[in-house]
Design a protein around this ligand. Structure first.
Ligand code: PLP
Length: 399
């Protein structure tokens, strides 16, 4: 028996384990310290009442022989896909078909699994810094030497640059907006450049819009399909995790338009084959929960939570600016990307912030080489603790 050696090419992921270990050690040696975590990439507000009610009802249905449900359809029940179609797409002028939507247990699985339907010798363009799943899953699929990193720097507004016409085009391009970790967002004009580029070179864009619900400016696209021509070049990945607090419930979806044809084959067909073979669907209870997100009460309630996180991010952004730091993101995003002062690395500043303010961030270098020199702070904490953390940062670092 031989193992899949591609796994040996993966770098150990020390980021969150090291953050937790260092925090634990600090607390152990400073038991009096009141440590505040602005490193949390997870929601903290409970599920909204509309969702909870729907889940309770679904549980009762499962208890009765007449309404009990067994295996769900692999792509998701029509009742929830219809809601997605109408609310997330038709309402924004995007016309999709029901069978172009694939419900799943979250965007992480889809980001990783989608690689199954592409050949191992495709070249892959991925941003640096980035959500680590894109790189790691491509390495697992044997594409280690096929990864082309796109530097996202302050100079480019943390947006990857569309490659020059003369260079060899990547086969697959990962884009994520609003971005984790930088909080950068993409305008219509900017995304149009990528869509035109992908269509001209017959490249495929994998568009991760897990944080689209944080966008408040109507001029900023929430979906790549708001751009003309995207249906022939882009797959979109979405999640209920940050939108509706489903990080523990688990539900997301991926859109694969029929117009995506590569090597003479519809990607929709391949993804359907992959999902119906390796995935047995999202639980009925979870799908009823997802459906409830689209009810009038559900929409109102999730917006309250989203506003709360957005306001936290804004307070952090303004607070660190007032303390004299340069910062990015914090708008249309739960993430603030803090530029750390000269003389520190991401990790040494992490230590400094923990020691001086008892505040935990996430070192930018953990998201890639270009993240060195930055620290990610998040708006997912409580208001009181967020304000307290900002006050400490202002007091310690403010002029
Ligand atoms: N995509 C990005 C950019 C993320 O940051 C995350 C989670 O943090 C995900 C996808 C995963 O979302 P899910 O909880 O739906 O698996």
């Amino acid at each position: 028996m031989k193992i899949n050696k591609n796994f040996l090419d993966l770098e150990e992921s020390y980021l969150f384990s090291t953050v937790n270990k260092k925090t634990r050690e600090f607390i152990a040696s400073h038991p009096e310290a009141d440590v505040i975590k602005l490193s949390i990439g997870d929601v903290t507000k409970p599920l909204c009442p509309a969702v909870i009610d729907a889940m309770h009802k679904a549980v009762d249905e499962m208890a009765d022989e007449k309404t009990f449900r067994g295996y769900p359809p692999e792509q998701g029940y029509d009742f929830v896909r219809q809601k997605i179609l109408e609310n997330d797409y038709l309402a924004r002028g995007i016309d999709l078909q029901l069978d172009e939507i694939f419900l799943s247990d979250g965007a992480k699985s889809d980001c990783g699994n989608i690689g199954d339907i592409f050949a191992a010798d495709n070249t892959v363009a991925i941003c640096d810094p980035v959500y680590p799943v894109y790189i790691d899953t491509n390495i697992m699929n044997g594409r280690k030497d096929k990864i082309m990193l796109m530097n996202c720097t302050e100079e480019t507004g943390f947006l990857p640059e569309v490659p020059a016409a003369a260079s060899k085009a990547p086969d697959i391009i990962y884009l994520c907006f609003p971005n984790n970790p930088t909080g950068a967002v993409a305008s219509m004009e900017y995304l149009k450049k990528w869509v035109d580029y992908a269509n001209a070179h017959h490249s495929l864009i994998l568009y991760d819009s897990a944080y689209e619900a944080f966008i408040t400016d109507p001029a900023i696209p929430k979906s790549i399909y708001e751009i003309d021509g995207a249906k022939t070049c882009a797959i979109e990945l979405r999640s209920f995790s940050k939108t509706a607090g489903f990080t523990g419930v688990r539900c997301g979806y991926t859109v694969v338009p029929h117009k995506l044809v590569f090597d003479g084959t519809e990607l929709n067909k391949l993804w359907f084959r992959r999902q119906s073979t390796k995935f047995n669907g999202v639980s009925y209870i979870t799908q009823k929960a997802a459906e409830a997100v689209y009810s009038a009460e559900g929409q109102k309630q999730i917006q309250q939570n989203l506003s709360f996180y957005r306001e936290n991010a804004k307070l952090i952004f303004e607070g660190v600016k007032a303390a004299g730091f340069k910062a990015f993101g914090g708008e249309h995003s739960p993430y603030v990307w803090l530029k750390i002062p000269q003389g520190f690395t991401s990790w040494s500043f992490f230590d400094e912030l923990l020691a001086k303010c008892n505040v935990v961030g996430t070192p930018g270098s953990g998201f890639g080489k270009m993240g060195e020199g930055y620290l990610r702070l998040t708006g997912f904490g409580s208001r009181e603790r967020t304000i307290e953390a900002i006050e400490r940062i202002k007091k310690t670092f403010g002029k």
